[in-house]
Ligand binder design. Structure first.
Ligand code: TC6
Length: 675
């Protein structure tokens, strides 16, 4: 087999070029090739310096994650990086694309780093539930300082080449497109100079930094093993020699990689990418060209959806019925962009650039110029059918017609058109310009190229998309239903909103079912008929307790929106309990877990068996990216696997639920949802 590392010479400089698509992951063959190159440089007196560079779209994007959990082939990355650093001829890492994880560690072990301005550096291991395991926790503090190391290693977000240069991580910026030549020139300048090894540099640190950092990030790191382990490790090893520090790093790395959290996070990494693959569709299907997008409705959803395209540079025609609604909608879009600019995340020119792509119209016929039209009006089948009937008459041939419905039947909507093959669901999550998830709903007649185009579009607007079948609530909202039903029932049976929410927050959710209801609006879905009060939620809505926006919902809120338990809600619950004659019992944490989380897994099993999700991991992606399921628990189906399916079945039976046949079958066979 040919090595992914090729060697070449430019004068006295040996160039090691890695070509291991798609992201130059540091798999065994790459490590072996690099080791051989370093050996060659060591043994050949005519070589005076080495440049490590990558072909393709990026420098090494990290260790090869697919090798994790398998027997390690020599040399390991920690051994290799030490060999690179030990060479007594200068080694220059020439970086483009992303130097991430192990890739960043190769750069840190090199004696010099040169990068093109568009390059990025990062230690994203924490997002996989591990810590930098090839010297990163030791070399980064020595090269870029403890504070930068803590930021990079615990948060996992990359920094630009310019930021890296300011931090001392990059020695020189190269000209874009001229990296190799600039790196070789750099190498020639430093030939003969004593090499500077980052592991030999001292670490200077104010010990108070660590406690301040922990406090500042306590909320962010809640429930997660890896960030805490990283801070502890850097603190404990800061004053110690490199050899001692790197040994502690090794132990910390091994402990984390064997843990459930890392397995869950790695699962989500691959699940996200797998979700983009559509069963039964040829990979080379011809995509439709989407040059302009139409959005019907300038409300919160329509505005948010439009922003995704505008930000990605795709022109949008937004259509409303009345001028004031149109003005309000476009005004909100501008305000949102300006708020982003005020935070320094957009320039004023970018704001104007995005707004310049927006065409606001009261004329439905203007949608005739659009290649993809997304309907985002309120949930009413008759209204949606009327819109799709009109669209059928004016949309250009081949235009994709999408509904943003959260629950309704896409096939019924498609049936009013003469082109059901062009119709599908694009279910965005609120706020649509922020939330990563997109459910792409595949109708019975949706054409393959329409689905594949929707998937490509979702990537362009930086969403994580999952294919869902046509069923009430699709994947996410359908699974939410049993959870809400059981949570409400438990209120009547003796639980309090805070008791149920506390279990969910303790589990790692950003909020529990009642906190979520207060945030979204208790009045959502309310029929607004004060004479028709059928449950506690209606009673709250009828009293004007609409949630945070009214400072009262399932909780009371002060002016800073801090919640407190509401005596009025307790009264209402007691009233309803009496009215419906519901016997009370002590609701335990176990009962809350079974009735609000196990029931979701049960619903997930039905969804899977019905083919409404392509694979269990897609359900996990929906919950992690759309509903705040803690990524370190891998999504509901992965979590069920870690709990043990037999335990889930037993729990459901204990509380009288009908167990989904697929769940029972897997439990009996000792199988898992995710293989
Ligand atoms: C580490 O380094 C630890 C070191 C210590 C060891 C002791 N390995 O994301 P994309 C695949 S931990 C294997 O769609 P993009 C990916 O699955 C690692 N495979 O591309 C996909 O495969 P598919 C630290 C990998 O352009 C394909 O490449 N590093 C790896 O949108 C394309 O990926 C990270 O965590 C990998 N490391 O984004 C970085 N990375 O086509 C992880 C990607 O079969 N990677 N693949 O589905 C990324 O963040 C992004 O891939 C990217 C490129 C920003 C590099």
């Amino acid at each position: 087999m040919t090595s992914p590392i090729t060697t070449s010479r430019q004068g006295d400089v040996l160039i090691l070029t890695s070509d291991n698509p798609p992201v130059n992951a540091l798999g065994a063959a790459v490590r072996q090739g690099l080791q051989a190159g370093i050996e060659e440089a060591k043994n050949d007196d005519s070589i005076k310096a080495v440049v490590i560079i990558a072909a393709g779209k990026t420098f090494f994007a990290g260790a090869d994650i697919t090798e994790f959990g398998k027997a390690m082939q020599e040399p390991s990355l920690p051994v290799l990086v030490d060999q690179i650093e030990a060479l007594d001829k200068p080694v220059i890492a020439a970086v483009h694309g992303t130097a991430l994880g192990g890739g960043c560690e190769v750069a840190l072990a090199s004696h010099y780093r040169i990068a093109v301005p568009s390059a990025k550096f990062g230690l994203p291991e924490v997002k996989l539930g591990i810590l930098p395991g090839a010297g990163g926790t030791q070399r980064m503090p020595r090269v870029a300082g403890v504070e930068t190391a803590l930021e990079l290693a615990t948060k996992g977000d990359p920094i630009s080449a310019e930021q890296a240069k300011a931090a001392g991580l990059v020695d020189r910026l190269a000209n874009e497109g001229n990296l190799l030549a600039d790196a070789v020139a750099f190498a020639n300048e430093v030939i003969g100079k004593p090499v500077s090894r980052s592991s030999e540099r001292p670490v200077t640190v104010d010990p108070a930094i660590f406690e301040t950092f922990r406090k500042a990030n306590a909320k962010r790191f809640r429930g997660m093993d890896a960030p805490t382990a990283i801070v502890d490790l850097i603190e404990q090893t800061a004053g110690k020699p490199y050899a001692e520090g790197v040994q502690a790093e090794r132990m910390g790395f091994m402990k984390l990689i064997m843990g459930t959290q890392s397995a869950a996070l790695r699962h989500i990494f691959f699940a996200e990418r797998k979700a983009a693959k559509i069963d039964g569709i040829a990979e080379d299907v011809q995509l439709r060209d989407i040059k302009r997008v139409g959005v019907i409705g300038a409300g919160t959803m329509g505005g948010g959806i439009s922003m995704n395209f505008l930000t990605a540079g795709v022109p949008v025609t937004i259509v409303e019925m009345a001028q004031d609604a149109l003005d309000r909608g476009t005004g909100v879009i501008r305000k949102n962009y300006e708020a982003t600019a005020a935070k320094g995340r957009m320039t004023a020119e970018q704001v104007e650039g995005a707004m310049g792509l927006l065409k606001a119209s009261l004329n439905f016929d203007d949608l005739a110029e659009c290649d993809l039209i997304i309907e985002a009006v309120y949930e009413n089948m008759d209204v949606k059918k009327d819109i799709f009937g009109k669209l059928d008459k004016i949309a250009k041939p081949g235009a994709i017609l999408a509904s943003n419905t959260s629950y309704l039947n896409i096939d019924e909507i498609a049936a009013v058109t003469s082109r059901p093959q062009d119709v599908l669901g694009l279910h965005f999550f609120s706020p649509a310009n922020v939330m990563k998830l997109l459910e792409i709903v595949r109708g019975a007649k949706t054409a393959d190229d329409v689905l594949a185009t929707a998937m490509a579009v979702s990537k362009k607007i930086r969403k994580v998309a999952v294919i869902a079948g046509v069923c009430y609530g699709f994947i996410g909202n359908r699974m939410l239903m049993p959870r809400q039903v059981e949570a409400n029932k438990m209120l009547l049976e003796g639980a309090t909103p805070e008791q149920i929410d506390k279990v969910h927050v303790g589990f790692g959710m950003p909020m529990g079912p009642f906190q979520m209801a207060d945030l979204a609006g208790v009045d959502i879905g309310w029929h607004r008929d004060p004479n028709r009060i059928e449950n506690i939620r209606d009673a709250l809505a009828a009293e004007g307790r609409w949630g945070q926006k009214k400072s009262a919902g399932f909780y009371d809120y002060d002016e800073k929106r801090t919640p407190s338990n509401s005596p009025r809600v307790a009264e209402l619950i007691a009233e309803w309990r009496g009215k419906l004659n519901v016997p009370q019992h002590e609701v335990t944490e176990e009962e809350i877990v079974v009735r609000t989380l196990y029931t979701m897994v049960n619903e997930g099993a039905l969804i899977l068996a019905e083919g409404m999700a392509q694979r269990a991991s897609d359900i996990d992606v929906v919950w992690v990216y759309g509903y705040g399921w803690p990524p370190y628990r891998g999504g509901p189906m992965f979590w069920a696997d870690t709990e043990g399916l037999a335990k889930i079945v037993a729990g459901l039976e204990k509380y009288g639920f009908e167990v989904a046949p697929l769940l029972r079958e897997k439990a009996e066979k000792g199988e898992k949802f995710n293989k």
